[in-house]
Design a protein around this ligand. Sequence first.
Ligand code: NAP
Length: 326
Amino acid sequence: MSAPNQDRLHVSFRPSDRARQALETLPGPVTCAAAPSGQDRSELLSDVRGAAALVCLLTDRVDAELLDAAGPSLRVVANMAVGYDNVDVAACAARGITVTNTPGVLDEATADLAFALLLATSRRVVEADAFVRSGEPWSWRPDLFVGLDVSSGATLGIVGLGRIGLAMARRARAFDMRIVATPSRSAGDEAARLGIETLPLADLLVTSDVVSLHCPLTPDTRHLVGAEELRLMGPGSVLVNTARGPIVDEAALAAALADGTIGAAGLDVFENEPAVHPELLALPNVVLLPHIGSAGRATRDRMAMLAIDNARAVLAGEPAPTPVHP
Ligand code: NAP
């Protein structure tokens, strides 16, 4: 813990070497947590006291308690993530605190991982790998781990056709998939160029072989996919979620995977992260990843550099490059 300082920037995790170099060029003092995974709550509340800037992770809850702990010196919260459902943006705005995120620099990495989940679940890659490792005798046979044909006209339904949704669509186009998506104000010309059809959510769920979620977590999208939506998707269909866990009712998903309401799921995010619904852990037809969507080396550096640049800009009295608008 360091003494209060008007222009101190606090980083709630241990920065990479590249990010550390950028921090060293800043004019004011910088404090950093020791662990790459971030700080526990009491340590963060203590270290943020008197800071002017906070560079934080999506696992840090930035709420009234934290803002009270920081005190009136705090001018900017720079989240090292594009999603900012961990930040009470209205509470920050009420105190004149700028909130920033890291849009654009992680689209390709996150879409790569979503497409990896699409292929892994459709073609049962993880299940088949576990089977080989089990030592069970096997030989080639026509019915061994048969799954969904991805590039022979399968339909991908994208819920949230923003930056990452469009990056996912570009990958699906290369696999000759038919692509449908929920309406989006931000998709623009690229959606037309990629030949994406727009459908209301219920129609998209009925039409798609694979549904991939790319919308933000907001009060409107919490449990957007529940028992009824899974029933609309139907047997053999696949759900991929690299957006945020609470967008899916995880108990309903576990039940739907267990009773064959849908065929498979690929999840990078969980409703009560890092906890995973115990029924999911026991199911063979779900691939479970520990929230690694943006975990490319260069991508992580770009995210950290953008978060640091946002904090630097606000401290220097300049407009933040990527502010979040309340
Ligand atoms: P974005 O460019 O803002 O795109 C989000 C899209 O969702 C927009 O097209 C938006 O439509 C749409 N949307 C909003 N509410 C919706 C609803 N109720 N139903 C359907 N669509 C809705 O965001 P992004 O940069 O692509 O990131 C998307 C999300 O991915 C982030 O919020 C984050 O939670 C998640 N993410 C996860 C990882 C990971 O590690 N797994 C990494 C990066 C991001 P409008 O344009 O009409 O507003």
